[in-house]
Design a protein around this ligand. Structure first.
Ligand code: PLP
Length: 384
């Protein structure tokens, strides 16, 4: 899927009409089971955990958008990541980017660890140091670029090339960018995962996860894991997600236009010490991000200057809401060290730069002047 073709594929990709009736939206096939015409005579479906036409339409759509051979829809982003991690076995080690999503860290640290699948944190933004971390037992790497919450950029093509030389599977969590802004499989990655709860759904009204694979073997194994472990997305949420994806391009254009304006505004504000946003040409990740993505996305992190109180800032916002999550049409702000990244131990948080003062902003699609005014007033009130 090339960037210029994606606008049409968002609306017509995958299975976009109902063959039986011609309905221009795939109906919600709200059924758990399907009548069989005789022993062994099924009409392609037997039980909704195994297959459902609404979920299948979504799975075909995300596979096409990411340029993979098959897609899988799950009840959450973490269910998608868990299914992908279930491809590995006791003794395997996974490298993870130094600031991955807190839940990805937690499931490795507290769940997969019980099964002898271990992890090591690696600085994937530095290819040489990443290559030094590859030991005999390392079988995969999980990358987020830009990575949550410091917006650290990883060169996906370079890391894929190094990884393949050592036989690793490259897994990219593309939640922050979506296939509209970045297509990891085209850059050499093997598997893409998404929290579709965020930009793909886009309206903060559902929780969903997606995975896209690039080989027949991965397709076969992940289909088996999806059916065996059962964390599938419901027909209704599959429908909602297809509906959200149709407007992805127009939403992302506004999100990213607003984000660039907000990042520039914050950078020049005397109450702000530091801004992390790979869409600014002063950001260390700008060059690599510009090569592999359409733009810098719509997630910004920043730190208030000394003498400004973050709690007062959060409480003074009128429009922008303090909440977990991101990627919806409304602007949201969060405090990573006590919210999204609280499950990462404090010493690791400090080592990777997730400080107490860090604020993460998911820039929505409201009027940009309203967003900037809200930020400005809250920063002014926060001055002690
Ligand atoms: C939210 C998020 C997840 C987890 O997804 P859920 O849908 O909440 O389970 C994984 N990765 C990233 C980057 C996220 O932002």
């Amino acid at each position: 899927m090339s960037f210029d073709k994606i606008n049409t594929a968002l609306i017509h990709g995958g299975i976009s009409i109902d063959e039986r009736t011609g309905a221009v939206n795939i109906p919600i096939y709200q059924t758990s089971t399907y009548k069989q015409d005789g022993l062994g005579k099924m009409r392609g479906y037997e039980y909704t955990r195994t297959g459902n036409p609404t979920r299948e339409a979504l799975e075909a759509l995300i596979a096409e958008l990411e340029g993979g051979i098959a897609g899988f829809a799950f009840a959450s982003g973490m269910a998608a990541t868990t299914a992908v991690l279930s491809l590995f076995k006791t003794g395997d080690r996974i490298l993870i980017s130094s600031n991955v999503y807190g839940g990805t860290f937690r499931v490795l640290d507290k769940v997969f660890d019980h099964f002898g699948i271990t992890y090591r944190i690696s600085d994937t933004s530095d290819p040489d140091s990443f290559e030094r971390d590859i030991t005999e037992d390392v079988k995969a790497v999980i990358i987020e670029s830009p990575a949550n919450p410091l917006m650290t950029v990883t060169d996906i093509a370079r890391i894929s090339e190094i990884s393949h030389r050592h036989g690793l599977t490259v897994i990219v969590d593309n939640t922050f960018m979506t296939p509209y802004l970045q297509q990891p499989l085209k850059l050499g990655a093997d598997i893409v995962v998404h929290s579709a709860t965020k930009y793909l759904g886009g309206h903060s009204d559902l929780v969903a996860g997606l995975a896209v694979v690039s080989t027949e073997e991965q397709r076969r194994k992940l289909a088996f894991i999806q059916n065996s472990t059962g964390g599938v997305l419901s027909p209704f949420d599959s429908f909602l997600l297809i509906r959200g994806i149709k407007t992805l391009s127009v939403r992302m254009d506004r999100h990213t236009e607003n984000a660039l304006a907000a990042a520039k505004f914050l950078s020049s504000h005397k109450g702000v010490k530091r801004v992390y946003y790979p869409g600014l040409d002063t950001d260390p990740g700008y060059a690599v991000n510009s090569r592999q993505a359409r733009n810098g996305g719509a997630m910004i992190s920043f730190e208030l200057a000394d003498g400004y109180d973050k709690s007062v800032f959060f409480e003074s916002l009128q429009l922008i809401m303090l909440a977990e999550s991101l990627g919806g049409v409304e602007s949201l702000v969060c405090h990573p060290s006590t919210m999204t990244h609280a499950s990462i131990p404090q010493d690791i948080r400090e080592r990777v730069g997730i400080t107490e003062g860090l604020i993460r902003l998911s820039v929505g699609i409201e009027d940009i002047n309203d967003i900037l005014t809200d930020l400005d007033k809250a920063i002014e009130k926060a001055r002690q």
